[in-house]
Design a protein around this ligand. Structure first.
Ligand code: NDP
Length: 419
């Protein structure tokens, strides 16, 4: 019996909401609130009659703490699921603290305006001290630890697939398969084809910022940063086949390095086709990935937001996308004094996802873990006060829920390693 406020109603949220409605004995009441209320109403209408969950909708600007506080005080949820954008993480956390409600999200904070001088000064200091230059990092949300702890509240950060499930895979490997882990390689392969020359699988602005940034990995206690897309490997993925993959900076490396300090190297690879990379480079070269506003015919526009308006909405890729995703982690380390390797991964089929919830597999592989993270908090299986990432909780009930609700894991005890 839980009341949950879900903020955002885009590609990922629409899957998470549908999955919550499949577990209506826990998610008895949900309120879907977003900037564009008509999208919330349309989804509520689609679910009417097919779920026992009571659904209401609301309009909210999640950049505005006062509006959030008013909505939370009115609806009185036990948990707020932030499935809007990383830009809203801090305002929603602030509102949760004021209203004394638990919080969760699927991606760590990054600012919308990277030219803001106050943010920029902190960012530049962090780049120098930490050694990586991504616009996002955990420091902003980790700074809330004491406040959540003192308020007796939980904030669960990054319960999507990566971040999210990948960290739980690390906790599972550490709990069941290793005495000590030496290396972790996170491999994210999307073998899906949507037939467009160029489209992103989730919010284009967030996605393109991430993949056009310099890559970095964690080695022997420090970050090594490399030019974007400059480390390439090939890997033969089960269910997909041979793919080129590139080393990227990714947020969970930061928390894994903090929570598994003995691990010597942590890397993240994502697959990209040549056409995607050529389009992205061209758009970057002409300035279309810029987040700095420019004046056009007397009106201020942000190039990447204009590009977003031109690109296919990721939420509409579902009916066109064929193929599979394969995302998981490869470990090397020791068990009982012996060298050991282990690979844990999930394979997800775009067309199967579309049949079930009307979305492609990227939204599905993020939306299902969002629901499962909420389920862990609402059922008390994860019950620590403060601000935590997924690997800091028991992986067993989470992986069990993921298997039950659509994302079962597979294992290999003799995987091909990435050099
Ligand atoms: P979408 O752009 O499809 O959806 C975002 C939603 O948030 C929209 O409904 C949008 O409203 C709403 N929104 C945006 N700004 C505000 C605001 N100020 N106030 C209220 N609502 C707002 O994004 P996705 O569904 O693709 O991504 C959602 C989240 O999931 C992102 O944080 C993304 O980084 C994360 N993600 C995480 C992954 C993981 O594996 N961990 C993988 C993929 C995504 P409107 O309809 O008006 O635009």
């Amino acid at each position: 019996m839980s009341r949950v406020l879900i903020i955002g109603c885009g590609g990922v949220a629409s899957v998470a909401i549908q999955k919550c409605c499949q577990v209506s004995e826990v998610f008895t009441d949900i309120c879907i609130a977003s900037r564009t209320k008509s999208k919330c109403d349309a989804l509520a209408e689609k679910l009417r009659g097919v779920t026992k969950t009571n659904i209401t909708t609301a309009q909210v600007d999640a950049d505005n703490v006062d509006e959030l506080v008013a909505l939370i005080n009115d609806y009185k949820p036990e948990l707020v699921m932030n499935i809007a954008l990383p830009y809203q993480d801090l305002t929603i956390m602030d509102a949760c603290l004021i209203c004394k409600v638990n919080y969760m999200d699927t991606a760590n904070y990054e600012p919308e305006d990277i030219e803001d001088p106050e943010w920029r000064a902190i960012y530049e200091k962090r780049c120098k001290e930490a050694g990586f230059s991504a616009y996002f990092d955990y420091s902003w949300q980790w700074a809330y630890r004491e406040k959540f702890e003192q308020a007796g509240l939980t904030a669960l950060l990054g319960s999507g697939f990566d971040p999210g499930v990948t960290q739980s895979y690390c906790a599972y490997a550490a709990k069941h398969h290793f005495d000590s882990i030496d290396t972790i390689d996170i491999l994210d392969c999307n073998g899906g084809d949507h037939g467009y020359p160029f489209a992103t699988n989730f919010n284009p602005e967030i996605n393109l910022r991430e993949v056009s940034a310099p890559g970095s990995y964690w080695e022997n206690g420090k970050w090594i940063e490399i030019p974007a897309m400059s480390i390439k490997r090939e890997y033969d993925f089960e269910g997909v086949g041979q793919k080129d993959m590139y080393l990227l900076h990714h947020e969970e490396i930061e928390s894994l390095a903090a929570n598994f300090p003995e691990v010597k190297r942590i890397r993240f690879f994502m697959t990209f086709g040549q056409s995607y990379l050529t389009h992205m480079k061209c758009l970057e070269n002409v300035g279309m990935l810029s987040t700095t506003p420019i004046m056009y015919e007397g009106k201020e526009i942000v190039p990447i937001q204009f590009l977003k308006a031109l690109l296919p909405d990721p939420a509409t890729l579902g009916p066109r996308t064929k193929g599979k995703t394969n995302i998981g982690c490869i470990f090397t380390g020791k068990k009982d004094g012996e060298e050991k390797t282990y690979y844990i991964y999930n394979i997800c089929d775009h067309e199967e996802c579309y049949k079930e919830v009307g979305s492609q597999a990227i939204s599905y592989t993020t939306g299902v873990p969002a629901m499962c993270g909420a389920l862990m908090l609402l059922t008390g299986k994860w019950d620590k006060k403060g601000v935590y990432t997924v690997e800091e909780f028991d992986p067993d009930p989470y992986l069990e829920a993921l298997s039950k609700y659509g994302l079962p894991y597979k294992e290999s005890f003799a995987p091909v390693l990435v050099d």
